[in-house]
Design a protein around this ligand. Structure first.
Ligand code: NAP
Ligand code: F7E
Length: 329
């Protein structure tokens, strides 16, 4: 059976991917950073089959050692500073991890895989398209659309995207990028708007808090379910020839629409009295609207998302209501 090495094992996608690859019978190694990573215990408890290796995307020698230990067939590079808002506050670290970290991983593979057998997945993002509408085709951004990132995160990811393409073209590596639109779920970090909302709505319903503070409510996103998207990542590494693919739902919704459904789930028809706007959650440059066209992934990979927008909000609400009920005294 195959062996996979996952960076970002403590993150949302790392968890979903570990579960998927375990079901497929893979041996799984995960890279964990820091001398006392607070998420180590959670990973060990939830995914006991994942073998953890201490390494850091900013430390190339640690990645070489990880490659030598794991000897993987497939490497999924999911590790990153992934929060767009935070990337404005710490742009240098974002570049080091989210941008140059990709090069460090690619070089570690090249140094340890002289026969060019390892397949590499890079977690590219719809944030590379940015907020400008001038180049968006009617059906949404696709693999040929122009890029115009609007944050240090988007710029760093664009570097990762192009260096992956460059290594594919220069060294004939099986190195691909999945250009993934927003994907969410019960494992989503509380710092992202969808999970921040579902968790707060559950707490409001249970009397644990009385309001939620958010930034701008008009931006629109193409929101899918993370469990569906890791299937696409795996499919991208199983093809005869390496290529890049967009994964998206082909629908876009505003944060206000997300609030409508989330509050409705707990029987509150008007969310406005419970939501306060706080400029601290606004960004120096915003991405107004993201809409992706997944036609290539659907036709060539046979990938299709299963969970729709209301289904996504519902599953996140159900999860957070159950989770927060444990905090009611
Ligand atoms: P996430 O939950 O924020 O997870 C990020 C992971 O990166 C964490 O495991 C984190 O580990 C790890 N990491 C951070 N700095 C690191 C370093 N220096 N060395 C090694 N690992 C490091 O992100 P996600 O939502 O799962 O997303 C996975 C990937 O897809 C990311 O690259 C993200 O940018 C990209 N992406 C996400 C979406 C989305 O909607 N979710 C869409 C497009 C692309 P610690 O526990 O040590 O912090
Ligand atoms: O913001 C607005 C915010 O942080 C979504 C990452 O996974 O997807 C994600 O990036 C929208 C933005 O996700 C709050 O301004 C309002 O317009 O949940 P988010 P994101 O920035 O779209 C892409 C594809 C990635 O690649 C990234 O890694 O919501 N918003 N109020 C807020 N956002 C947050 N976080 N918190 C608020 O209070």
């Amino acid at each position: 059976m195959k062996t996979a090495l996952i960076t970002g094992i403590t993150g949302q996608d790392g968890g979903h991917l570990a579960q998927l690859l375990n079901e497929k019978g893979y041996t799984i190694y995960g890279i964990i950073r820091g001398q006392n990573n607070p998420r180590r215990k959670e990973v060990e408890a939830e995914f006991p089959y994942v073998k953890l290796i201490e390494a850091d995307l900013t430390d190339q020698s640690s990645l070489v050692r990880a490659m030598m230990e794991a000897k993987p067939d497939e490497v999924y590079n999911l590790g990153a500073i992934s929060h767009v808002g935070y990337s404005f506050k710490d742009p240098m670290v974002t570049m080091d991890i989210t941008g140059k970290g990709v090069l460090n991983m690619l070089e570690a593979i090249r140094l340890t895989d002289p026969e060019n057998k390892v397949r590499f997945y890079q977690a590219s993002t719809s944030e590379m398209y940015g907020g400008t509408d001038y180049n968006r085709p009617e059906k949404g951004y696709n693999e040929s659309s122009l890029f115009h990132p609007r944050s240090p995160y988007g710029v760093a990811k664009l570097y990762g995207h192009w260096i992956t393409k460059n290594y594919r073209e220069s060294y004939n590596m099986y190195a691909v990028s999945g250009i993934l639109f927003n994907h969410e779920g019960e494992r989503r970090g509380l710092e992202f708007v969808t999970r921040k909302i579902t968790n707060a709505v559950a707490r409001i319903k249970l009397g644990l808090q009385d309001h939620i503070e958010l930034g701008d409510l008009w931006p629109k996103r193409d929101w899918g379910y993370a469990g569906d998207y890791v299937q696409g990542m795996w499919l991208m590494l199983q093809q005869d020839t390496p290529d890049d693919y967009v994964l998206a739902t082909g629908e876009t919704h505003s944060i206000e629409e997300f609030l409508d459904i989330a509050f409705n789930e707990v029987g509150i028809s008007d969310w406005r009295p419970y939501v306060k706007q706080n400029p601290a959650f606004m960004r120096p440059a915003e991405v107004d609207l993201l809409l992706g066209d997944p036609t290539k992934a659907e036709t060539q990979l046979g990938w299709k998302r299963e969970v729709d927008f209301p289904g996504l909000v519902k599953l996140m609400m159900e999860h957070d209501l159950e989770l927060e009920a444990k905090n009611v005294k």
